[in-house]
Design a protein around this ligand. Structure first.
Ligand code: SF4
Length: 116
């Protein structure tokens, strides 16, 4: 299964003000380009750790995991440990930066990651 998780710094960060996250997630759902979509307010907080632990307890069923949010290198730094702890194959993780983008620009960035 392919999944899209969108993270938006609690929805209060100006970097995400040009994106309609619901429109973004719905586009990929409607077109069936991914098998599941989730919007999380703050994946790098402790409840984000819990989210990963629950989601990745079935990590072997995930073939690709797009995480749309902050910079890829930041994401990797923050999530690497939990992927390791949960035995999730890091090569399935596709971090995508969507900060300071419009909804349409974010769509294109995610589309590209889905094709890679
Ligand atoms: S993981 Fe990145 S996008 Fe999500 S809340 Fe943390 S800094 Fe913001």
């Amino acid at each position: 299964m392919k999944g899209l998780v969108i993270c938006v710094c609690q929805g209060t960060c100006p970097s995400f003000s040009k994106i309609n996250v619901f429109e973004l997630g719905n586009k990929f759902r409607r077109e069936k380009k991914v098998d599941f979509v989730a919007i999380h307010p703050q994946l790098c907080a402790s409840d984000g750790d819990n989210f990963w632990k629950v989601l990745l307890s079935s990590g072997d069923r995930i073939s690709k995991l797009i995480v749309a949010g902050c910079a890829p290198e930041m994401q990797l730094k923050m999530f690497k440990w939990v992927f390791k702890e949960m035995g999730f194959d890091e090569s399935k993780f596709k971090p995508v930066e969507i900060r300071n983008m419009t909804t349409e620009e974010a769509v294109q960035a995610i589309e590209k990651a889905l094709q890679d």
